[in-house]
Design a protein around this ligand. Structure first.
Ligand SMILES: [Zn+2]
Length: 395
């Protein structure tokens, strides 16, 4: 046999050999999908009534208005119809006010709020919701001046990319502890290419979610800050609808063999923010932004299971974002989960209690910021919490 034939055979054998883990992964994802269906079929109504209605939606979304996104309103609106709200965060432009031109108001069942993503001269990056016509030129302001200006106008100011945050003491409202975009950048492209080759057709969403990792350092930062002040933990989609490839195409958008990994609809189905608004109050821009500001929110990997009915309460009267004063008696923290999981309670970032099931109760005797993480450990999903709550503050 000629040498080149031998080399070719060895090469083909090697290529086949390295497929084995990815083929096994395809098998595992199929099993996981079945197990998720089974677990969700055992869902129970939540026994704890907290007096709130729950709304689900996404925060941190771009369209082509602000550059480096190919997303259009035509794609975005239909992709959002499973959501109650979308907080837009367009990049700013020197030429026009992107907040005035992006979506605002009700489109179908979904409420849009016209925010922007803004840099400051201090090197920090914020989501300003709603946005403002000054926001492009306000990139010259230092963070404190920026926050002072927009707090006076009662706009929501959330930290994006907390790993780059310099002004730790600034008076922002919340922190993006998990970013789908940041997580995607950490994915190994070689592994993902072969994973996608085998598993994307059957389980695209589940495959993407298997790459989620608990954002340890961002949670640590949020826990550290929550010791001193109230702030909201949330997840950002940072959706741009711009990751993909095509073989042939033209400027009119005609593309041959076009594969897009991050269309809005797919990205919006993976992880959402669930916001609590007091029963009887409508969902509108004002009530929504107030609830986010107040920390009446939890983050969930929705593709693993519908969390509706999750609750975290203190003495059956307070919930996430609330403060409660401690006296002689301990404070009873209760967690209820619609799906069975590993429930962990943290105080100031330190895990103080852990149990498996749908229900947990802990008697708190110390002051601190208490929050919850739930892991679907029976499905082997231990690298990333299914639910991350906002804190209850015991003072
Ligand atoms: Zn962004």
């Amino acid at each position: 046999m000629k040498l080149w034939k031998k080399i070719l055979i060895v090469f083909v054998c090697l290529l086949l050999l390295i497929q084995i883990p990815f083929i096994y992964r395809r098998y595992e994802l199929g099993r996981l999908s079945e197990n998720i269906k089974r677990l969700n079929s055992e869902k129970e109504e939540n026994p704890l009534i907290t007096g709130f209605d729950e709304y689900k939606g996404v925060i941190h979304v771009h369209t082509s208005l602000g550059g480096h996104s190919t997303g259009s309103f035509e794609e975005l609106i239909p992709a959002s119809q499973d959501l109650d709200f979308v907080l837009m965060t367009e990049h700013t432009s020197a030429l026009f006010d992107t907040s005035a031109q992006t979506l605002k108001g009700q489109y179908g069942r979904t409420l849009f709020v016209n925010g922007q993503e803004v840099d400051t001269a201090s090197g920090d990056r914020f989501l300003l919701i709603p946005g403002h016509s000054d926001s492009f030129k306000d990139a010259k302001l230092q963070t404190d001046a920026f926050i002072e200006k927009y707090k006076a106008q009662e706009r929501l100011i959330l930290v994006a990319y907390p790993e780059r945050l310099k002004s730790l003491q600034a008076d922002f409202d919340g922190i993006e502890v998990f970013s789908l975009n940041t997580n995607a950048k950490k994915m190994n492209p070689f592994t993902f290419f072969f994973d996608a080759l085998w598993s994307f057709r059957c389980c695209d969403r589940l495959l993407l979610s298997k790459y989620f990792m608990r954002p340890d350092s961002n949670l640590k930062l949020a826990d550290e800050l929550a010791r001193k002040k109230k702030l909201t933990i949330f997840a950002g989609t940072d959706a741009h609808s711009n990751i993909g490839f095509h073989l042939l195409g033209d400027d009119a958008g005609n593309k041959l063999f076009y594969l897009k990994f991050d269309p809005y609809e797919r990205i919006f189905s993976l992880m959402r923010n669930h916001v609590l608004i007091r029963k009887g109050e409508p969902l509108n821009e004002q009530t929504l932004l107030q609830a986010v500001k107040d920390g009446k929110l939890y983050v969930c990997v929705d593709v693993w299971g519908d969390p509706k009915g999750f609750s975290f309460t203190a003495n059956d009267e307070k919930t996430m974002g609330d403060e409660i004063l401690i006296g002689q008696e301990p404070i009873s923290l209760k967690v209820s989960s619609p799906l069975e999981g590993q429930i962990k309670i943290f105080r100031n970032g330190e895990k103080i209690f852990e149990t498996f099931g749908k229900y947990a109760e802990f008697q708190a005797t110390e002051r601190g910021a208490y929050r919850v993480e739930i892991y679907l450990s029976s499905l082997g999903l231990t690298q990333m919490p299914w639910i991350i709550s906002n804190p209850i503050y015991i003072r």
